[in-house]
Design a protein around this ligand. Sequence first.
Ligand code: ADP
Length: 248
Amino acid sequence: MKKVLEINHLKKYYHTEDREIFALKDISFDVNHGEFISIVGPSGCGKSTILSILANIENKSDGSINIEQNKKIAYMLQDDSLLPFRTVLENSLLGLEFEHNLTKENKEYVLKLLDTYGLKDFINQYPKELSGGMRQRVALIRTLAVNPDIILLDEAMSSLDYQTRLRIGEDLYKIIKKEKKTAIMVTHDIGEAISMSDRVIVLTNRPSTVKNIYEIKLKEKKNPIDNRSDPNFSKYFNQIWRDLYEDI
Ligand code: ADP
């Protein structure tokens, strides 16, 4: 499999007025085309920091990041972060507007995505008129609209209740796979990570390093909800659980 992204010895210090926070000590991993990667780790260990650096929102302190030429990264923020005063269509076009790239073709592509993923009848509605799941789908379509190769998902479903989370996880997973995107997801939910990912990267406490990388091999890879009942699921769950809690 071909690599789309390589991270080598990434290091990050934050400097605030009165102190220095050593967030990432030494993070290295690579990502293959079309892979779904999850990053799990204790709270505050620097998971979101990795995504912020990849999205160019934060600078790295040291190390290197190599992205395959002409490959584009897009960031889907925590929760859905839709603008309440914009309709579904207007929200979906936001990223393209930021990029000054709202061409007729691009708008048609977004309308097609909204149609494919069941939102055609809602394009003139406002976010408050939609269910949590639909809002999440709009947020994903807004991210897909700019045609990224790699999608960064930061605790995308953290505000939802458990059942909705399972259902939406399934939904996001299917769309990302169907659109053949590479995904890097940060989550604190071990089950979510195993059920959705090809590989799970486990980080240590801050300042973090990579503790383990698990290639998720299930007896039969299906959709995230079904993957949870695979005989190997609990094996990975127990291993990762131990990784995370043996330090505490
Ligand atoms: P996680 O996503 O694993 O919960 P974060 O990447 O959000 O962790 O944060 C890692 C550490 O860096 C935390 O101690 C956090 O308080 C600190 N941190 C994150 N962002 C900033 C910032 N902009 N300025 C200062 N410290 C920050």
